[in-house]
Design a binder for this molecule. Structure first.
Ligand SMILES: CNc1nc2c(CC[C@H]3O[C@@H](OC)[C@H](OC)[C@@H]3O)c3nc(N)[nH]c(=O)c3cc2[nH]1
Ligand SMILES: [Zn+2]
Length: 373
């Protein structure tokens, strides 16, 4: 069986697609939610716990790993898969987003970014070549192009200039990429919320040719309506036979609406960050477990969930753990939130296969609105 990197579309329902992404580190069913494992760990989770949620692919990040412990050190220790005990596919972000948010600690030029480490102030440089080399050293299954994610709102000419620089960096990232059977590199579509710039960016990337295409430059405060309207003018222009990854998204409602607009892959810190701040996601929306109303609530978080928090513990216990600032609180709730996100994506995928996505979406939205049990 060839392990060529390829995405096979199995069903469609409207613009939504259900498929399988085949990689050197195994297959992943799409639509898929990728837990964020920024510094080589999905915070508060063992990888057995991550596997138990049904996650198929996780994220790492060039910026964090190059600063600590260092890409060469991870390579000498056998690569990121071995280092973090995850044999499945890993997608590493290129670091572009992180260095842009360093503000005064970084100097941008047309070739790349020079910046100071937020950890020890040491000087570093990231550009298309170095970012691609670092992701190769990490043995990333999917490598992201080095790009700039401009802050919104911004003048269209500023967005255009930034996008065109990112397209030049995409070409250099592609030149630096070392092709290996079962490995892939994704271009990142930019262009803010400007339809013509998005179209120009898609064309620039498809002219270069990548194994997949991400939609970047969103989930930076533009709001769901503008994000959706940008997807409406962008995904239809993207290659039909390649996976589409919307970076940094999102809430359960964001995921549903984006899958219905043709997106296949997602990553977001929400379920893991919420798990550390007592915010639980369920089929009925979200609740904050620090709230006193849970002090005597002996029910599980969700009656539909098979995670450790829901099968062994009560809301009252989780409430206690967070009130007592016990480490087990964030561990159990991160596990639950990731299990909920994976269950949500499996249900959406099944509805696409059955051709019942519209009805399933209406059901999900009604449940989210119904409020806690
Ligand atoms: C939240 N909204 C958002 N995130 C975004 C990320 C980072 C995601 C990455 O950043 C880390 O989490 C903060 C994670 O790193 C593992 C994640 O992959 C982006 N990355 C790139 N290269 N280009 C973009 O245009 C971009 C846009 C985003 N919008
Ligand atoms: Zn649960």
């Amino acid at each position: 069986m060839s392990s060529t990197f390829r995405w096979i579309c199995e069903s469609t329902d409207g613009q939504a697609r259900a498929g399988t992404l085949h990689t050197a580190h195994g297959p992943v069913q799409t639509p898929t939610f990728m837990p964020v494992g920024t510094a080589g760990t999905v915070k508060a989770m063992t990888m057995d716990a991550v596997r138990s949620t049904g996650a198929g692919i996780v994220l790492g990040n060039t910026y964090h790993l190059m600063l600590r412990p260092g890409a060469e050190r991870v390579k000498r220790l056998g690569g990121l898969h071995k280092f973090m005990d995850w044999s499945g596919p890993i997608l590493t972000d290129s670091g572009g987003f992180q260095v842009m948010s360093l503000g005064a600690l970084r100097k941008l030029d047309q070739d790349g970014v020079t910046f100071q480490s937020h950890i020890d102030g040491s000087k570093h440089r990231l550009d298309p070549q170095r970012s691609t080399d670092i992701q190769h050293a990490l043995d990333a299954t999917i490598t992201m192009c080095f790009d700039e994610c401009p802050a919104l709102p911004a003048a269209p000419e500023a967005i255009a200039a930034s996008m065109r620089m990112s397209m030049r960096w995409a070409a250099r990232s592609r030149e630096a990429f070392i092709q290996r059977e079962g490995y892939g590199q994704f271009g990142i579509v930019q262009g803010g919320t400007e339809p013509e710039l998005r179209a120009e960016s898609v064309k620039a990337l498809t002219d270069i040719g990548f194994e997949g295409y991400a939609i970047g430059g969103l989930a930076v405060g533009e709001g769901q309506e503008l994000m959706f309207s940008t997807l409406d003018v962008t995904t239809p222009l993207m290659p039909n036979d390649k996976p589409r990854y919307l970076m940094g998204v999102g809430t359960p409602d964001d995921l549903l609406g984006s899958v219905m607009r043709g997106v296949d892959m997602f990553d977001c810190v929400m379920p893991t960050r919420a798990g550390r701040t007592a915010r639980a996601y369920t089929e009925r929306g979200h609740i904050n477990l620090r709230n006193a109303r849970f002090a005597l609530d002996a029910r599980p978080l969700s009656p539909h969930c098979d995670c450790l928090a829901c099968t062994r513990h009560s809301r009252a216990y989780l409430h206690h753990l967070f009130r007592a600032d016990e480490i087990l609180g964030p561990m159990l709730l991160t596990w639950h939130n990731l299990a909920y996100y994976q269950r949500l994506m499996r249900g959406i995928r099944a509805a696409i296969v059955d051709g019942t996505l519209e009805a399933h979406a209406a059901h999900l939205r009604a449940e989210w609105q119904a409020g806690d049990w």
